[in-house]
Design a protein around this ligand. Structure first.
Ligand code: ZN
Length: 190
């Protein structure tokens, strides 16, 4: 794991400004390399985290193994790894506990953040959330649906503004159509 190199990033941003034909020394741009460096340090903070460590999995004798646990519409912001432009939207996550094992509900939005805060593409973000949750909780199955807007297509006019891209991940019990439908119905109702 390499440390965050602020000096290199500031020099690089300055060079981008020169390369696009602007003057990095004009008033409005003077602080820009430093500002971008601070923003990137925060937006890509997961690159400096070894693994997702904030999970707390516990056993509940009350958790019904057949019941779905659903957290719908968790907002996320990420950067597309092809253009370094934002893509953002919402993530809905569901899982079906096995042997009463559950994860603290507040940990799921943190997991989403962890996966989002590095350069990524929506398809991989979706499956990384699913696989990570599968690994952490070892449930009967995991379902993830991500709905997002992509600035790299919208700003360049490739896609109409406000159009959404949907991706999904289904494992284990959610390969079963009835379970999948129940999850999709649940996130629609929330
Ligand atoms: Zn892109």
């Amino acid at each position: 794991m390499k440390p965050f190199d602020r000096t290199l990033l500031e020099t690089s941003v300055r060079n981008i400004l020169i390369a696009i034909g602007d003057n990095p020394d004009r008033e409005g741009l003077k602080e820009t390399p430093a500002r971008v460096a601070s923003a990137y340090e925060e937006m890509f903070s997961s690159l400096h985290q070894k693994a997702f460590t904030e999970s707390k999995v516990f056993n509940s004798s009350l958790a019904n193994d057949g019941e779905l646990v659903v957290v719908a519409d968790i907002p996320f912001y990420s950067m597309c790894e092809h253009h370094l432009l934002p893509f953002f939207g919402s993530v809905s996550v569901g899982y079906m506990p096995k042997n009463g094992r559950i994860i603290g509900l507040s940990k799921i939005p943190r997991l989403v953040d962890y996966v989002a805060k590095k350069p990524n593409v929506q398809e991989n973000l979706t499956s990384q959330i699913g696989l990570e949750l599968q690994k952490l909780v070892d449930p009967q199955g995991v379902a993830v649906v991500v709905k997002a807007r992509h600035m790299c297509t919208e700003m360049r006019g490739i896609k109409k503004a406000n159009s959404h891209t949907l991706t999904s991940f289904f494992s284990g019990a959610f390969k079963n159509k009835d379970n999948r439908m129940e999850f999709l119905q649940e996130i629609k109702n929330q």
